[in-house]
Design a protein around this ligand. Structure first.
Ligand SMILES: [Zn+2]
Ligand SMILES: [Zn+2]
Ligand SMILES: [Zn+2]
Ligand SMILES: [Zn+2]
Ligand SMILES: [Zn+2]
Ligand SMILES: [Zn+2]
Length: 191
């Protein structure tokens, strides 16, 4: 197959697994299943979540194109209803729908340039990984679950992960409602 020959011409470290090709809504060229190894610097970061890729992925079949997606990021649902944005369904967009090609994630407050779960009515955006945050987390030093919620009143909750009470109003955090304890998204990851 011509496409396969082209891939090997540019000596990617990427090892193709079979000939499994997909057409993904986010990209104009067909993508091919591959295993990406460390040091494969011809490839960009994942176009979905913007993180580096090591492991199973879909790479563009065009040798001149550095487009690549994590296996998991290639298979995200196109529509998502989130408990923290109950009014409208969110649509998965291949890039931010704004003129500066950037969005600000309404969960973590960081910017994003890859895929976004977007509500056009509210101009609401989520990183794909923030959209996939678990609804509850546990801490080994606390006997209640912490529940994911929107910080509506601008934060009189102190984070029990770092003792800093600043959570942007409207941003997301985990809370133990029984004890009125907060936990930053980032602090929940490390416990
Ligand atoms: Zn990804
Ligand atoms: Zn491409
Ligand atoms: Zn985010
Ligand atoms: Zn909305
Ligand atoms: Zn914290
Ligand atoms: Zn508690």
């Amino acid at each position: 197959m011509a496409l396969v020959t082209k891939m090997s011409d540019i000596e990617r470290e990427t090892i193709k697994i079979g000939k499994q090709q997909i057409n993904h809504f986010s990209h104009r060229h067909p993508l091919e299943a591959a295993e990406v190894h460390d040091g494969d610097d011809k490839l960009g970061a994942c176009a979905g979540c913007e993180h580096e890729i090591v492991g199973p992925a879909y790479v563009c079949t065009k040798g001149t194109c550095s487009f690549v997606l994590h296996d998991l990021c290639s298979d995200l649902p196109r529509h998502h209803r989130h408990r923290c944005h109950p009014g409208h369904p969110l649509s998965l967009l291949p890039s931010p729908p704004y003129s500066d090609c950037e969005f600000t994630c309404d969960a973590c407050g960081e910017s994003g340039h890859g895929f976004t779960y977007h509500c056009a009515t509210c101009k609401f955006d989520l990183h794909v990984e923030c959209a996939a945050l678990p609804e509850t987390v546990k801490r080994s030093d606390h006997h209640h679950d912490f529940v994911l919620m929107t910080n509506l009143d601008g934060g009189d909750l102190v984070c029990c992960g770092c003792d800093d009470d600043r959570v942007a109003k409207g941003g997301w955090m985990y809370c133990c409602l029984d004890c009125k304890l907060g936990l930053h998204l980032a602090c929940a990851e490390t416990c």
